[in-house]
Design a protein around this ligand. Structure first.
Ligand code: IVH
Length: 703
């Protein structure tokens, strides 16, 4: 019957055939999306789907509820719709010791201008190790649930979230709009049982409860999620139509009353000592909690103060995660390999006899740089009391949070007699160019630039990475293969791929290993989608040394458009001048970063132009375009009396203004407190408007 032409099928045969197709395609989907192990190629998959559609077209009344034509048959990230968060979902800065926490508390006091004896309360909450989820309720009903995604846009996992017992479907007397944020996680016991079931069924087992929770929530079939024992703790909120309470602590209690699980170990603390005490107490309980936590989260309790403190580019000023000390294990260092990164850095990687650290099998760890291996820091002072690390050594491995494992120590008593000190290479192992270490730099770098295959490939991988161009279907593996065959050797060539290979391109890509008709078409569609792209992503994607995501956002916000940014980078020269000063006037841009930007533009402008010629680059959207200072350049001078300089600046930026350090012809407004000196005079000379602090507060509606 599978071979019978659709036209020739009887109704009974069609019914049976639709059932068979539904089963076969469901199995293919599961194999492809859940287990990463396809059981048929794309062409066969497409043919079965087409046959299913043709039968349904002939016998519409036979279409099944679970028909493959209504199932999502694309890659998971496409399979889940996207949800744009009404308020961004950010992450937390980390503190690793008491000193970091003390600094956090001091920073807040300084920012708010609070004296040491003004009371300042915090909450302390366990930091659950799962994945964050945002639940939107409107008029007491759950409307949607979204993963964090890139913070701006997450995946729509509503159907799956509805299967989680801890997530209420309806509420009573909640604010009309309520976004509850919290962590989805799996208990140790449920995790162990799940892995046992998976192993018995020959399915995929998970490395740790966090991965199990993430894998279970991101299922195409909600019934699979339902069968997985997921839990949810609420710890915060996004958009609200009215405040939940006046403090963090009371807001959590209110969420508890509304029916959410809130962590019973949440405490209110009077200051640093209290916070550290909750940390120590919880750390001793850690093993008995029944689920993973990786630290404590401290938050300013007063929500009005949280509001004043606001956010840095990706983290709130009012909260911090105080991590627990990492778990460690001892194993043998089998070899040291050198990896060459996108900026040419030679990074030593430890190859280890596999060992379990905190439930995860570790076989590689970073060794940082040559000094670290030799047992000294960048200033030459001894680390590990000067013990160096040699191949063959017994070494102590640790993992801090989600980051790459590291090596902490070495056991000299177990050192093999024939172990020799490690000699760090002075030429690039990938291209043979000299690898040099500049003064003040702890890293040795390959001088081969883009002739070095490792740098070229790493640059491409960075370019397509999630925070950069994020091209669906073009990940690190695919980029490597295209690069090897010379199809894509630099970023601009991604956007000319189709034209260069002409109309037969899709066919040629399809013929490549690992590609089918569907995936090839999807790739070109995904590339086309990214031809229009926000400015910050482009700046980040260029892979310039020292320019991370938040710096890219800073630069985008400052220059506004690609044309302005490009122009400024080409005009700026480290010898000084207006554009150089302008670049350095950005808070967060120092001379090292500025020099790196300018040098990259000089060296790579041809490739940069070739790339951007194929793109529509969206201007940086000012988060607040309707404020009276949006797009204006402001300078503060003199003493401010109602808030600290840092707060004034952050507020101005949140309203879409740029804050510069010095007055120039580009300044729109000078806010001068008592004691203003030369800046006020210069502003007067240049005809720049000058106002006092009260007028400023009135202007921004904060009087
Ligand atoms: S507050 C603005 N509280 O940790 C960000 N986060 O490393 C507010 N997490 O993305 C986050 N327990 O997924 C907060 N009690 C808690 C938490 C918590 C776990 C997670 C959350 C966040 C990540 C940051």
């Amino acid at each position: 019957m599978p071979d019978t032409p659709v036209d020739a099928l009887t109704e009974a045969q069609a019914r049976t055939e639709l059932e068979r197709l539904a089963e076969t395609l469901a199995r293919a989907n599961a194999a492809y999306f859940r287990n990463d192990a396809p059981v048929m190629d794309d062409a066969e998959y497409d043919a079965l789907k087409a046959r299913n559609a043709a039968i349904e077209a002939r016998f519409p009344h036979l279409a099944r509820a679970d028909s493959p034509s209504v199932q999502v048959g694309a890659a998971p990230s496409e399979a889940f719709g996207k949800i744009r968060h009404a308020r961004r979902m950010l992450s937390l800065a980390n503190a690793f010791d008491a000193e970091d926490v003390a600094e956090f508390v001091q920073r807040i006091r300084r920012y708010l201008g609070l004296s040491d004896d003004t009371p300042l309360a915090f909450t302390s909450e366990p930091k659950i190790d799962g994945l964050s989820l945002s639940l939107r309720y409107e008029n007491d009903r759950l409307i949607h649930a979204a993963t964090r995604g890139d913070g701006e846009t997450g995946e729509d996992v509503t159907a799956n979230a509805r299967t989680v017992d801890d997530i209420p479907e309806t509420l009573e007397d909640a604010p009309a709009i309520l976004e509850v944020r919290g962590e989805v996680y799996m208990s140790h016991a449920d995790f162990a049982a799940l892995n046992e079931r998976q192993a018995e069924a020959g399915g995929k087992t998970f490395a740790n409860p966090r991965n199990a929770a993430a894998g279970s929530l991101r299922q195409l079939d909600p019934e699979i999620t339902r069968a997985r024992p997921l839990r949810f703790f609420a710890y915060g909120w996004g958009e609200l139509s009215e405040p939940l309470a006046a403090t963090q602590y009371e807001a959590l209690q209110r969420l508890g009353k509304l029916g959410f699980s809130v962590n019973p170990r949440t405490r209110r603390c009077g200051g640093l000592d209290d916070l550290l005490q909750t940390h120590a107490e919880t750390e001793t309980l850690r093993a008995d909690l029944g689920h993973d936590i990786d630290g404590m989260v401290y938050k300013v309790d007063d929500l009005a103060l949280q509001e004043r403190l606001g956010f840095r580019s990706t983290t709130p000023r009012w909260a911090i995660a105080h991590k627990f000390s990492a778990e460690t294990a001892w194993t043998r260092l089998e070899a040291i390999d050198i990896q060459v990164g996108r900026t040419g850095a030679l990074s030593p990687v430890a190859r280890l006899t596999p060992v379990t650290v905190g439930g995860v099998v570790v076989s590689n760890a970073t060794l940082h740089n040559e000094d670290y291996i030799a047992g000294r820091d960048s200033k030459g002072a001894p680390i590990r009391e000067g013990r160096d690390i040699r191949v063959g050594d017994r070494v102590e491995v640790y993992r801090a949070g989600d980051v790459i494992p590291k090596i902490r120590d070495v056991d000299l008593s177990a050192r093999p007699a024939d172990a020799v000190p490690y000699t760090f290479p002075e030429t690039c192992p990938e291209c043979g160019s000299p690898a040099v270490r500049e003064e003040g730099d702890s890293v040795r770098r390959c001088t081969g630039g883009l002739i070095c295959p490792a740098q070229a490939v790493e640059r491409l991988k960075h370019f397509v990475s999630r925070a950069a161009f994020d091209i669906e279907g073009l990940g690190a593996k695919q980029v490597e293969a295209f690069w090897r065959d010379g199809w894509i050797t630099k970023p601009s060539e991604i956007f000319t791929l189709k034209d260069r290979f002409g109309p037969g391109c899709a066919r040629q890509v399809r013929n490549r290993e690992g590609w089918g008709e569907k995936s090839a078409d999807n790739l070109f569609a995904a590339i086309d989608t990214r031809r229009t792209i926000p400015l910050a992503r482009v700046i980040f994607a260029l892979g310039i040394r020292h320019v991370g995501e938040s710096t890219a956002a800073l630069l985008a916000g400052h220059y506004g458009s690609w044309a302005a940014f490009r122009d400024a980078m080409l005009k700026a020269s480290s010898d000084g001048g207006t554009e150089w000063d302008n670049l350095l006037s950005i808070d967060g841009v120092g001379p090292v970063l500025a020099a790196s930007l300018v040098a990259s533009f000089q060296a790579e402008i041809d490739e940069i132009d070739a790339l951007t010629a194929n793109l529509t680059i969206e201007d940086a959207e000012s988060r607040a375009t309707d404020s009276p200072v949006a797009g204006k350049t402001l300078v503060f001078t003199g003493t401010l009396e109602r808030m600290t300089r840092a707060e004034a600046k952050a507020r101005a930026e949140a309203l879409g203004a740029k804050v510069a350090g010095s007055v120039s012809a580009k300044t729109d407004l000078l806010i001068a407190g008592p004691g203003a000196g030369s800046k006020a005079k210069k502003a007067a000379d240049l005809g720049v408007e000058v106002i006092d602090e009260d007028a400023w507060l009135t202007l921004i509606g904060a009087a």
